[in-house]
Design a protein around this ligand. Structure first.
Ligand code: GDP
Ligand code: MN
Length: 304
């Protein structure tokens, strides 16, 4: 018998353009998932980029919550890939189970956001994102869309919209809907504070830190005075307005695959006093790739 044929891929042939649909570019959607939300899946299903060009990748912790989320996820996948209409089916789906402990034993919002929990938590998140990325990025992948498992609302054209800007990495503005007890009506507020422009103050704080210490955003104990994209949303502004960023979050972040191929990942350690997605933005910048943000283009985070 003859040996199996060699597969050859010319990465120059993998186009990455502002019109990915016309060029049939492959998208890899990556989601680290500690809990399954039906709203996430329903929103994902509504994305109108051709599903046959989309590969989905998930990584879930191997604890009780992770098991429950995996079961719920698999149920939806079964339904879509086997019984649903052809046009809804994705090219392929990969589910990974983490080989290290979850970020936290309790995933409640208040517990997650305690400052004392941040370093360990974001270190684990970095490893989860890296494991997911390094096992799923393929030779045909043009774009990677990082989409958190608790993003429950986005425009259906999210992928095309972000790609149209033709940036190495670009992030949407992540907000959250909530019930305003005073006004007795639904309202919305900024959620993801990891999309920011750097400040002198933050740089000064960093200078006084030990080599393993990290800067955190959104904590009164550590006033950074960075400019937060979350707070720059302007309801009367142009939805196509872009701003350069120094730190990014991973809630809805589109990255040209070559940025990752060139070596930018999620540092699970202090990298210029930054970690995880913020460290990734810094690493991209060191590779000469500028991160961008869309202050007036919103996606919404689940509200616990
Ligand atoms: P927050 O919104 O900034 O509080 O962060 P999340 O807790 O929502 O975490 C970001 C993303 O990572 C979400 O999609 C979570 O479901 C997921 N996630 C959180 N913790 C873990 C973990 O320990 N392992 C994995 N694989 N995913 C996680
Ligand atoms: Mn979240």
């Amino acid at each position: 018998t003859s040996p199996p044929p060699v597969s050859r891929y010319d990465l120059n042939q993998v186009t990455v353009t502002s019109q990915p649909m016309r060029n049939k570019e492959h998208i890899l959607i990556l989601t680290p998932m500690s809990r399954f939300y039906q709203g996430y899946w329903d929103n994902l299903m509504k994305l109108n980029y051709p599903h046959e060009l989309i590969t989905l990748g998930f990584i879930l912790p191997k604890d009780k919550d992770g098991n429950a989320a995996t079961a719920a996820l698999q149920k939806q996948i079964e339904k879509t890939q086997k019984r649903g209409p052809e046009k809804d089916r994705f090219k392929s789906i990969i589910i990974l189970r983490q080989d290290f402990d979850p970020a936290l034993t309790s995933q409640d919002e208040s517990e997650r956001h305690k400052m004392s929990n941040q370093k360990a938590r974001r270190e684990v998140m970095s490893k989860a994102r890296n494991s997911l990325l390094f096992t799923t990025l393929g030779p045909k992948t043009s774009w990677v869309l990082w989409l958190d498992a608790d993003i429950i609302e986005s425009p259906a054209s999210l992928i095309q919209d972000l790609a149209a800007f033709d940036k190495d990495l670009i992030v949407a503005n992540c907000w959250q809907r909530y019930y305003d007890e005073d006004l007795k009506e639904m309202s919305e507020r900024p959620y993801d504070f990891n999309n920011w422009q750097d400040s002198e103050n933050a740089q000064e704080l960093a200078k006084k830190m030990g080599p393993d210490d990290i800067l955190l955003e959104g904590y009164a104990e550590m006033p950074t005075y960075r400019s937060l994209m979350a707070k720059m949303y302007d309801p009367t502004g142009d939805i196509n307005q872009v701003m350069p960023l120094d730190g990014v979050g991973g809630t809805a972040l589109l990255v040209k695959a070559e940025v990752h191929r060139d070596g930018a990942m999620f540092p699970p350690f202090s990298f210029y006093h930054l970690i995880e997605t913020e460290g990734f933005a810094k690493m991209a910048k060191r590779l000469g790739k500028q991160p961008w943000g869309l202050p007036n283009y919103k996606v919404f985070h689940y509200n616990e």
